[in-house]
Design a protein. Structure first.
Length: 225
């Protein structure tokens, strides 16, 4: 069994790359990095209209026990997004209003949790963003250690401390810290390209022509009658 550990110092991504990724949003970022890094679609925001990006603080913890979420607060920096992954599937309500108050006091922007949250009405009122697997009033205990800032598999994707998390109404995507600038530039280029395409579509041009799809559908055997 691995020794529980808290890694205090984590290399952070470039702030301008994080800002650019946030501006572009999940769908564009996912496409820009080769359709990779998208967490499972069951992670849903508890309220809509929020787009976030920030470096991950990762939390590995046991099912039904949120002790390590309290430990994580100590190493959070302003702008972090906390990513929580139980070591076995669990839908218990690990996170609620009181932990959100503590997170916010330390500058945490939001939470991604492959488990449940609770006190949703209060979380919505205080506008603390959470993307969770479930909503459950089933509480947790505080008895067992886990680890902070180690690699975790959250909703099917490996997330390492310092990776950039981007989250909005479309879901959650992770960008590797070392690739943040490159992906941000690719995402910005994609936005520019889509803006130009949008203008052409609004002007009445067909996607068949803009994307060069007429030859494709002919090759596939489509017949007009």
């Amino acid at each position: 069994m691995n020794q529980p550990v808290v890694i205090r110092q984590v290399e952070q991504p470039a702030a301008d790359a994080v800002a650019a990724l946030e501006k572009c949003g999940v769908t564009t970022v996912h496409e820009a990095q080769g359709r990779s890094g998208l967490l499972a679609s069951y992670l849903r925001p508890i309220f809509s209209g929020v787009t976030l990006a920030g470096p991950a603080v990762t939390v590995s913890l046991p099912p039904g026990d949120n002790l390590m979420m309290h430990v994580a607060v100590e190493v959070c920096r302003p702008g972090n997004i906390v990513v929580v992954a139980p070591t076995s599937p669990c839908s218990d309500g690990y996170f609620g209003e009181l932990l959100a108050t503590s997170f916010r006091a330390h500058g945490v922007r939001g939470l991604i949790i492959d488990a449940g949250c609770r006190d949703v009405r209060s979380l919505r009122q205080m506008k603390f963003p959470v993307w969770s697997r479930a909503i459950s009033s089933q509480g947790t205990v505080k008895n067992t250690l886990g680890s902070i800032n180690v690699g975790v598999f959250c909703a099917g994707v490996l997330v390492e401390a310092g990776d950039v998390i981007v989250a909005d109404d479309d879901g959650v995507v992770v960008v590797k810290r070392a690739a943040a600038r490159e992906v941000a530039k690719a995402a910005e280029h994609r936005v520019e390209k889509e803006n130009a395409t949008r203008e052409r579509l609004a002007g009445g041009e067909l996607g068949l022509d803009i994307y060069g799809l007429r030859a494709k559908v002919a090759e596939l055997g489509l017949k007009y009658v």
